[in-house]
Design a protein. Structure first.
Length: 993
């Protein structure tokens, strides 16, 4: 149909043209003798219009009532008989393919179709020898770059950037020797940079950044003697920077950042590149000292060398750069150990245009000099965090009144912040987290009227939360957690109507959650756990439609759970544990998923979904509530005593004839289903091979259905001939009978015959199998079902929460001792549950043995996942579980087992990742996870830099846990908090979309 329409349009226009010629015969303004020449151009334009979608009517003038030379965007040269010389349709909202007929405009010297929505491939422009400027940028063109572009032998400017072009750069482009502008950046180009491009010796601007190019930078690019702009950043280029590039004396801007470049910079670099204004070499593997000679490149405005391996001091010669605007040296190994080496800061006082100073995450030590306050009043970003800073924050920092962002986090700073904070009235971002700062949060904080994000967590601040914090009405994120704050949450917090996150965890806050808090309707993340809050859970929380995380655990809240919390469709993490709540648990929304909520240690709760295994709520007036609560208290005590009696009875009756009808009993005070040996045999089809799920060291797991309950179950039958199996059975009974958590695999019951010839544990069956099957290829050759980024983060958070509970919140710290992917089960909603407690140890007992001593029992576990100190005979510890968690998280992200054959000769999973962290993490990320991340970025669901930061943050958490020294590992409470922060950040971006 479209082709028929095009043919009709062409014929109609041609007939009208001929008619026009006949009617005007003898009239001077139109000459029929020119029709044969000009009709080619007009028909080419008609072809172009026929296949172009024009929603804005930009081509409405393209009709026969107007001569085509007067059509919108068309330019003709009357000296050449009215031939079209330029077609400029920039930003006209046009879409569709580019008609190949454009190639018939043989006198065309400029074609500009940029900033539209053209798609498809670039046509072959074989006949456009006169073309000088081709601009197709900012479209959606795909396919390869046609090598026939070389027929455009007079081409001076080639603009193909910001498209979807793929394939390799044609080496033939090197034949376009007249090119002065060459831009293919922001596409999907692969392969290497052709050395033949070095033949374009007249080039002035050369852009290939943000592609997928690899290999080395050709030394032939050093032939660009006229070049002023060279951009190759955002690729996968490797090797060293060719020495020839440092001879390009006219170079004003060089961007080689975000590659895999190695080596050092020449000491005379600044002398050779004396015209340099912008230097971008960040996110590579460059090393050595930063050349002092850069201070001689007097026109330098931007120096970005962050995320490399540079060492030594920061050159004081930078103080000579009077035009310097940005100095970013973060994430290196630069040093400042004494006042002499801090001299660079004093030197920078001469840089009157300085706006950004970033030296975070280096090896800077000691006290921040008071001279920091003498830096330029134009300074907007001061980023010094992640160093080894000590002492107090100098009061002179308050002189930097232009500051928009100040980060001094993750150091050892002490003292108060009231001497300077109120002077920084333009601050939008303040991060002082993870220091030793103390004193009250000063009331002058309300001077920061434009503040967007405030992070004061993990310090020693005390006193009340200031009421005038409520004056910061632009605030989006507030984190005051892990301090010593006291008193009530001020009602003025309700004025923070833009607030997205509020973290007040682990303080000593008391009183009720104020009613005014209900005005903060934008909240997505509320964490107020580990305080002394009282009163009821406000019903208005059910109005927070963006809420995804709500943690009010470890307080003294009472009353019932508001039913409208179940109406929050985005709420996927709810922790109300360790309070005094009572009444019926809702069954809608998040409450349908037992693994997404934590309600333990609330003695008065009842009902809810079956997976919670709570008693039904009493009905009728005859139910006396006090009697009901008394029973709730007595049952656990009686159940535990019954278990002890049962164990003694079994030991006494060891020589009695075998009976296969001993039913299960209550463990740890929880009511468990009663089943016999016959019930389990019937459920598993007599433990047949067809029901086999898997085998472990101590037993075999079968799938089955218990008729009396219609539960789908997993039955773990212990191989009692294996030494230690009986002890493993008792360890799991003891552990799972006394601990309950949403991310621990719930036990349904246990079964043991009187003669001890049969022992089994019965769990819920997890329909999505174990984590191992989602990471690795199955034995039958079938590919693994891969996890997405969101699932990876959520599963990591689930496992971390489970270990945090075991280590810190279950009364008696418990060490799992055998964390690995096959021991992590996934329910129907892909929530992770930690199982297999066969060798779990109670840490309270293990501490009787000095750390590092030899265990008389011997530490079991799985090679590759057990902590290094265990191999030396070290005693089980919670830091050993942290190590195992780090390995599991690395395995999830890399897709490689710690026992992979590639790990030999000193290489292991941890140092494999360390060698590529943080600069080249895509070298280690599992290809399928990498592909999903690229899709997120390309579909603009999440910005590429946010995806990269998310992956890097997860790897950083994993590496911290998997440190070889136990004392250097993060504990699981901190680890869980960090992962939830990553999860919230990632989810926040997806919500914005």
């Amino acid at each position: 149909m479209a082709e028929d329409r095009q043919v009709k349009v062409k014929l109609t226009m041609l007939m009208l043209l001929l008619a026009l010629c006949l009617l005007s015969h003898g009239v001077g303004n139109v000459c029929c003798s020119t029709v044969p020449e000009n009709s080619t151009d007009m028909l080419a334009l008609i072809d172009f219009k026929a296949v172009t979608t024009d929603p804005l009517g930009s081509l409405s003038s393209w009709n026969t009532s107007i001569h085509y030379c007067n059509w919108s965007g068309v330019t003709c040269n009357q000296k050449n008989h009215g031939r079209v010389t330029a077609l400029k349709l920039y930003n006209q909202g046009l879409s569709g393919p580019i008609s190949p007929s454009v190639g018939n405009l043989t006198f065309l010297h400029t074609l500009d179709l940029s900033t539209n929505q053209f798609s498809g491939q670039i046509p072959h422009f074989n006949n456009l020898q006169k073309m000088q400027i081709l601009n197709l940028s900012y479209n959606s063109l795909d396919g390869v770059i046609p090598d026939t572009l070389t027929n455009c032998s007079n081409l001076k400017e080639l603009h193909l950037y910001h498209n979807l072009l793929n394939g390799e750069i044609p080496r033939e482009i090197g034949l376009l020797e007249k090119l002065v502008f060459f831009a293919l950046n922001n596409n999907n180009l692969t392969g290497t940079i052709p050395p033949t491009l070095g033949n374009i010796t007249h080039i002035e601007e050369f852009y290939l950044q943000e592609n997928q190019l690899e290999g080395t930078i050709p030394g032939e690019l050093g032939h660009f003697s006229n070049i002023s702009m060279l951009a190759l950043g955002g690729n996968n280029l490797s090797g060293t920077i060719p020495a020839s590039l440092f001879n390009l004396s006219l170079l004003q801007e060089i961007d080689l950042g975000t590659n895999q470049l190695r080596g050092s910079l020449p000491s005379n670099m600044g002398d050779r590149l004396s015209n340099l204004e912008m230097l971008y070499l960040g996110q590579n593997w460059l090393e050595g000292h930063i050349p002092d000679s850069l201070g001689n490149a007097s026109m330098l405005q931007h120096i970005v060398l962050q995320t490399n391996n540079f060492t030594g001091p920061i050159p004081s010669s930078f103080g000579k750069l009077s035009s310097l605007i940005r100095l970013d040296l973060g994430l290196n190994m630069l040093e400042a150990k004494d006042s002499e080496i801090w001299e660079f800061l004093h030197a920078l006082e001469n840089c009157s245009a300085l706006q950004v100073l970033a030296v975070s995450n280096n090896q800077m030590q000691g006290v921040i000099p008071n001279s920091v306050g003498n830096l330029s009043s134009t300074l907007q970003y001061l980023i010094l965090g992640g160093n080894k800073l000590s002492g107090t924050i100098p009061p002179n920092i308050g002189k930097l009144s232009g500051l928009v962002k100040l980060t001094l986090d993750e150091s050892s700073l002490t003292g108060s912040i009231d001497g300077w904070l109120g002077d920084l009235k333009n601050l939008q971002y303040l991060n002082l987290r993870k220091n030793n700062l103390s004193g009250p949060i000063p009331p002058v904080i309300d001077n920061l009227k434009g503040l967007l994000e405030l992070y004061l967590d993990n310090n020693k601040f005390d006193g009340p939360i200031p009421q005038n914090l409520g004056n910061l009405q632009t605030l989006l994120k507030l984190d005051l957690s892990y301090n010593n704050l006291q008193g009530n949450i001020p009602p003025e917090v309700g004025n923070l109507k833009q607030l997205f996150n509020i973290h007040l965890s682990a303080n000593m806050l008391s009183g009720e959650i104020p009613d005014s808090f209900g005005q903060c309707l934008a909240l997505a993340d509320i964490q107020m756990d580990q305080n002394m809050l009282t009163g009821s859970i406000p019903a208005y929380l059910g109005n927070f439609t963006s809420l995804s995380v709500l943690n009010l655990s470890h307080n003294s809240l009472s009353g019932t759970i508001p039913t409208n919390l179940g109406d929050l469709s985005l709420l996927d993490e709810l922790d109300l544990s360790y309070n005094h709540l009572h009444g019926q648990i809702p069954t809608n929304g998040v409450f349908k998923n037992a693994t997404a909520i934590s309600l333990e240690e609330n003695q008065g709760l009842c009902g809810g979904v079956g997976d919670l295994r709570l008693p039904p709520c009493p009905t009728g007036s005859q139910k006396n509530s006090s009697k009901y609560y008394l029973i709730k208290i007595l049952i656990p005590v009686f159940g535990f005593m019954s278990l002890l009696v049962l164990i003694c009875f079994l030991l006494l009756k060891k020589k009695s004839p075998r009976r296969k009808n001993l039913e299960s009993t209550s463990l740890g005070g929880y009511d468990f289903l009663k089943v016999s040996y016959n019930d389990l045999a019937q459920a598993t089809n007599s433990f047949s091979e067809s029901n086999l799920v898997g085998k472990g060291i101590y037993g075999t797991v079968y799938r089955g259905t218990i008729k009396k309950s219609k539960f789908q179950v997993a039955v773990k039958v212990f191989n009692l001939e294996m030494r230690g199996a009986g002890r493993s059975f008792m360890a799991e009974c003891e552990a799972l009978g006394s601990i309950r958590h949403r991310n621990l695999l719930p036990i349904i019951t246990a079964c043991s015959t009187v003669d001890n010839a049969f022992k089994a544990l019965v769990y819920e069956f997890m329909p999505n199998g174990n984590l191992d099957s989602w990471i690795h290829q199955k034995g039958d050759g079938k590919a693994a079902k891969r996890l997405g980024l969101t699932q990876t983060i959520s599963i990591a958070a689930n496992i971390a929460d489970a270990l945090d509970y075991l280590h810190h919140d279950c009364g008696r710290p418990t060490v799992h001792c055998d964390l690995k992917p096959s021991n992590v089960l996934l329910d129907e909603d892909m929530n992770a549950l930690l199982g297999d407690f066969g060798i779990a140890r109670f840490y309270a007992d293990s501490r009787l043995t000095p750390p590092g001593s030899i265990s008389s029992i011997g530490v079991k576990g799985t090679i590759g996942y057990i902590a290094p100190e265990y191999a030396q005979g070290g005693h089980p510890s919670i830091s050993g579980d942290s190590y195992s968690f780090g390995i599991v998280l690395l395995e999830m992200m890399t897709g490689k087992r710690p026992t992979d054959p590639m790990f030999m000769d000193g290489l292991n999973l941890v140092n494999f990742v360390e060698r590529n962290f943080p600069h080249q993490i895509y070298n280690v990320i599992d290809p399928q996870l990498q592909e999903e991340c690229q899709d997120l970025a390309q579909n603009k669901m999440v910005p590429e830099n946010v995806v990269h930061q998310c992956l890097a943050s997860l790897l950083q958490v994993a590496l911290c846990c998997a440190h070889s020294l136990p004392s250097e590992r993060g504990n699981m409470k901190e680890t869980a908090s960090n992962i939830h922060e990553i999860k919230t950040s990632h989810l926040g971006w997806k919500l914005k979309k």
